[in-house]
Design a protein around this ligand. Structure first.
Ligand SMILES: [Zn+2]
Length: 343
């Protein structure tokens, strides 16, 4: 802690991470503008600590157009009673507040995806500076990280937690157990496109237990996504003994627990072969078959041109279903998951 506190960041905070009680304040990130040379961006942060115990870090709004985590974590931050806590909960409900207020995935300040900027750079762009603060100042204090995402405007997602294929068997087992305690309908062990610069990868590099989520998507607030997110973050606090109680994991359809799934590699992705209007054939959560029709790409600007058929490459359950109607060549339009088996 003493060493980490000396890490240089341009972001200021008056939080005392070691103090008992509830602190609700802002991270103050510098942003010089034409009309405000000493302008700053204020990012809400709430820390609730009581005695000794594990530290759980809860982050939302890393992408600005993903709403369920912002709602669930800010609600918890208002309701969490310090007297009921054993340990510490660090809550940043809307990490990427410039993007959240702009309702976009990317930051309007530097046009970067914060979740592709880790481990960041204290002297870099706004997003790189923010990524560095999270990696170098916040993460060393955490034992567990839950980063609440949805599929934003990219996809509609089957409600799920997720984690990477971890080579450390002990950490893999602890992470699977924690994801099961979170209690989303699915937990997906996956590898994706360009994972090295994500927050999850930063968390893992520090040996911290990391859980991500996909609890909604496609530009709206999912009723069930908010419920799963709120219950899930409280379940995590219960699982690690930070608050009293037993995690509730029963699903809406009567299933008693989370179904563990995996996406082994990019062969489970379907990418659009052309710029077009995509008509999908299935909803997220549907069972799909390899070589079955995923949808049609329509070229409505051409008279009489037949649509292009797009097919799934693997059988399984549709984790990510296309969000936007108009897609570009090379965009992922479907991701299929299968039941988890230890490698
Ligand atoms: Zn996201």
């Amino acid at each position: 802690m003493a060493t980490e506190a000396r890490v240089q960041s341009r972001i200021a905070t008056d939080i005392d991470f070691d103090r008992d009680g509830r602190q609700a304040t802002y991270l103050r990130a510098p942003l010089s503008r034409n009309t405000a040379g000493w302008g700053t961006i204020e990012i809400p942060i709430i820390v609730v600590k009581n005695g000794s115990g594990p530290t759980v870090l809860l982050t939302g709004g890393v992408h600005g157009d993903e709403y369920e985590g912002q709602i669930a974590i800010s609600r918890l931050s208002r309701e969490l009673d310090p007297g009921a806590v054993r340990g510490r909960v660090i809550m940043i409900p809307t990490v990427n507040i410039p993007a959240a207020l702009n309702d976009t995935r990317l930051s309007p300040i530097d046009d970067r995806d914060l979740n592709r900027c880790f481990p960041g750079n204290p002297r870099g762009t706004f997003s790189e500076m923010l990524a560095h603060f999270l990696d170098a100042i916040v993460l060393p204090q955490a034992d567990v990280s839950v980063d609440v995402h949805t599929a934003g405007h990219s996809f509609d997602a089957a409600l799920s937690t997720n984690m990477h294929h971890l080579t450390d068997a002990a950490l893999r087992g602890r992470t699977l157990a924690a994801a099961g305690a979170f209690g989303a309908p699915y937990n997906v062990v996956f590898s994706s496109v360009d994972e090295g610069a994500t927050f999850t990868s930063s968390v893992e590099r520090r040996g911290i237990l990391s859980i991500g989520t996909e609890v909604g998507g496609w530009g709206r607030v999912s009723v069930e996504g908010v419920r799963i997110a709120e219950r899930g973050i409280r379940n995590i606090l219960k699982h690690f003994g930070v608050i009293e109680g037993t995690p509730e994991t029963a699903q809406r359809d009567g299933t008693p627990a989370t179904r563990h799934m995996m996406v082994r590699d990019q062969s489970y992705f379907t990418f659009a072969p052309a710029n077009a209007l995509f008509e999908p054939c299935h909803y997220a959560g549907d069972d799909v078959e390899a070589d079955a029709l995923a949808g049609f790409l329509h070229f409505i600007e051409d008279v009489d041109r037949a649509p292009l058929e797009v097919r799934y490459r693997r059988s399984g359950v549709l984790w990510m279903a296309a969000g936007p109607g108009r897609v570009r060549r090379g965009d992922a339009i479907a991701v299929v998951m299968t039941d988890y088996v230890e490698a």
